[in-house]
Design a binder for this molecule. Sequence first.
Ligand SMILES: [Zn+2]
Length: 315
Amino acid sequence: MHIRLHAWSIVLLAALGSVPPTDARRPERTTEDSWGVRLLGTRVETLSKVNMGMPARDGSLRTRHVTTRRLSGAAIELHADLETAAKLDAQAPDFAPELDTALQWLQRMRPPGQPRARIILTLVDTRHRTTWRRSHPVARATIVDVLVAVPDAPTPLSVGVGKALSTALHEMRHALSARGGGARRPSRRDDEYQASLVESCYLVSTMRTGDTLRLTPRERAGMHEYFVSAQSRNAAHDAVRDLVRASGTPIVRWYDGTARAGLERACANALPTLPATQADTAVPHAAGSRQGRTGARHRSRAPRSPPPPLGRPGA
Ligand SMILES: [Zn+2]
């Protein structure tokens, strides 16, 4: 079985320090989000499980297309539930840098000779649990069709979109290596290590004024953990540990040039074919929408427990 795990090993704080806000309208989520991809014959299947501690939705999830970006050999389609889509429409310029950078990464990730790489990313709010299983034929494109929940406030939307894109890129890394096949296919450990680096280094490359990147290595696997998930967990841990070594600190603030230079070097060395960092574009997140808010824009998720294996409906 080809199980791929995804680690929320990294947390982006989109504001200078402060205390995480509490949102009394929303109970804490009790379980963690998980994603996975696998190659099933001539199709790639993506499984997303988000907001699993939350109540089910009344009726089916209604989504609509928000925008599509294309480069030669790569495309990103953004969809969202109706409420989130309205916010995305209103704030499109705010997250455009994240989207454009992700598209460049996607284009550069695609190995020569492989068909187009396409991300279909659906964003939903954090209020309802959703299991999203999508499968696409691989003949003409490698399609990762992933669903990610984004907090509505007080995080700037661009942070949520960036994190969601980093998740999609992580899963695309797995999908591309899965279809590479044969000798070109990395070991599970190397695959997870690389995917974790892609996720983290993409976030490094999209840091903006005011951002803080928190590098939190995932806990290493326990003694009795299933070997497949243990291997992935340890690889994800190692990837983030290596980035902490490179930056010299687990908390990298946007103005810390030394730490950022260390991270950028490590990412460029580990992922030489991917775009160089965009550096600090001096574009703060949603400058307008940040004003007048008090409190933090803390984004935080607990370390993941191993996600359920793919291919077991209802697991
Ligand atoms: Zn993974």
